[in-house]
Ligand binder design. Structure first.
Ligand SMILES: [Zn+2]
Length: 368
C-alpha cells in the first residue's frame, strides 16, 4: 500500500486526545509518524481539519428503528418495558423488514462517524442471528443477546458476544447468578439497564455484586454509587438523549467526572433516537453544563474520550488511539463554517461538530 501524508491537520493524539498541529504519515494501514509542523514532502492538505478516533456507540437497540417514534403518548415502561410498544412493533414486522431497517440504521451510523456499537438484541438466539446477518462490513457489531428463559442461555451465549438483559427483574436471583457465572466462564460480556428510573434507585449495588461488564444508564445513581462504581472499575454507559426523550431524567455525568468513574455514551433505542454520536455528545455537553456550569475544555476532552477511547478495551475493538505504530483508523472532520474560530478544540468539537463535517473515515489506512 502506498505511503500517504496528511498535512496541515489538528490531530487528537493518543489515549488522552492531546492536540498536535501538524502532519501524519500512513504506510500499509499503520500510522508511521505523527509530528508537529510541516512534512518534508508536501502531503494532502487537511486545511486545518481535525483527525480524531472514530466513535464507538456503547449502547444501541438498532432493530427497533423499524418503528420510529412509537413512544409518543407513552411512558418509558409502556415503550420499552416487558410487552411494551417497541416489542409489539418488533414482533409485528417480518424478519425481512427488520433486516432492511437494521441495515439502513447501520449505514446511518457509519455515515455519522461510528465504527462500532454494542447492541442489546432482544428475541433470543434468533434475534442475535438477525443482527449478525444484517451486519455492515465497516462496522463492528458487538451483540448482547437476551435469552427469553434460562434454558436458552447457552445457545444465546454461543451465538452472541454476551448477555444484555432488560433489567435486574428479568430473572430471579438464582437466574442472574447463573448468567453472571456462565458469561464469565465464556469470557463474554454481561450487562443490563440499571437505575434508569427513579424507582430503581439502589440497583447499582446489586449490579456490582453481579460484576457486570458495564452498567447501562445509572440515570438515578447518586454520588455514593459512583464512588462504588469507580472502586469496582466498572464503566457506565450514559444515554442522555434517550433518557430525556423518554422522560426518565438526566444522567449525572458531573458525578462520574467528580468521582473519576469510567464512562461511555450510547444512543439507546433507535425507535427513540437516531444513533448519531455527534448529537449524543452535544446533548451530553448541555446536560453536563446544566449540572455544572464550571465544566470546561478538560471536561469536554473527557466526554470526547468517552465516545472514542474508553470503549475500545471494554469491547476489545481492533483499533486503538491515534498514535505512531497504531492502526490508521480515524475520522477526518473539515472545519466547515461551524468549526472555525474555536477557542477550545475539545469543547468546540463536542458542542458543534456534526456529521456533515466528515471529510473521510479511514479504516486500516483505507477510506471507507
Ligand atoms: Zn437500552
Amino acid at each position: 500500500m502506498a505511503k500517504q501524508v496528511l498535512s496541515n491537520a489538528v490531530i487528537l493524539e493518543g489515549k488522552e486526545l492531546e492536540v498536535t498541529r501538524g502532519y501524519m504519515v500512513i504506510r500499509d494501514g499503520v500510522i508511521e509518524k505523527i509530528s508537529e509542523g510541516t512534512p518534508p514532502k508536501r502531503g494532502t492538505d487537511m486545511k486545518r481539519g481535525f483527525i480524531l478516533p472514530p466513535f464507538v456507540n456503547a449502547h444501541t437497540h438498532v432493530a427497533d428503528s423499524v418503528a420510529k417514534e412509537v413512544y409518543l403518548g407513552l411512558t418509558q415502561s409502556q415503550v420499552v418495558g416487558p410487552g411494551g410498544a417497541k416489542f409489539r412493533a418488533l414482533s409485528s414486522h417480518p424478519r425481512s423488514e427488520l433486516l432492511s431497517s437494521i441495515r439502513t440504521t447501520l449505514r446511518d451510523m457509519c455515515r455519522t462517524g461510528t465504527l462500532a456499537h454494542c447492541d442489546f438484541r432482544e428475541g433470543g438466539a434468533e434475534g442475535v442471528e438477525v443482527l449478525r446477518k444484517a451486519s455492515h462490513k465497516a462496522i463492528e457489531s458487538i451483540i448482547m443477546g437476551r435469552p427469553s428463559m434460562i434454558e436458552e442461555l447457552d445457545t444465546v451465549l454461543t451465538k452472541s458476544d454476551g448477555v444484555g438483559l432488560h433489567s435486574l427483574n428479568s430473572f430471579d436471583d438464582e437466574g442472574l447468578e447463573l448468567i453472571a457465572k456462565r458469561t464469565r466462564q465464556a469470557k463474554k460480556l454481561f450487562s443490563f439497564h440499571v437505575a434508569e428510573l427513579a424507582s430503581a434507585q439502589g440497583e447499582i449495588g446489586r449490579a456490582l455484586e453481579l460484576r457486570l461488564s458495564f452498567i447501562v444508564h445509572a440515570t438515578h445513581a447518586d454520588e455514593g454509587d459512583f464512588v462504588s462504581v469507580q472502586k469496582n472499575n466498572i464503566p457506565v454507559v450514559f444515554c442522555p438523549r434517550a433518557n430525556s426523550l423518554l422522560g426518565v431524567g438526566v444522567p449525572p455525568i458531573h458525578l462520574a467526572l467528580a468521582t473519576n468513574a469510567r464512562f461511555c455514551f450510547g444512543t439507546d433505542n433507535a425507535t427513540v433516537c437516531r444513533p448519531n454520536m455527534f448529537e449524543e455528545l452535544s446533548f451530553a455537553w448541555a446536560c453536563l453544563r446544566r449540572a455544572n456550569s464550571a465544566a470546561g475544555g478538560e471536561e469536554a476532552r473527557k466526554l470526547l474520550r468517552a465516545a472514542t477511547i474508553e470503549p475500545l478495551r471494554i469491547f476489545n475493538l481492533p483499533w486503538g488511539p491515534i498514535e505512531e505504530g497504531g492502526k490508521a483508523t480515524f475520522t477526518i472532520l473539515a472545519r466547515g463554517n461551524n468549526l472555525v474560530n474555536l477557542t477550545d478544540i475539545h469543547a468546540g468539537l463536542v458542542n458543534r461538530a456534526q456529521a456533515d463535517n466528515i471529510r473521510a473515515i479511514y479504516r486500516d489506512g483505507k477510506i471507507i
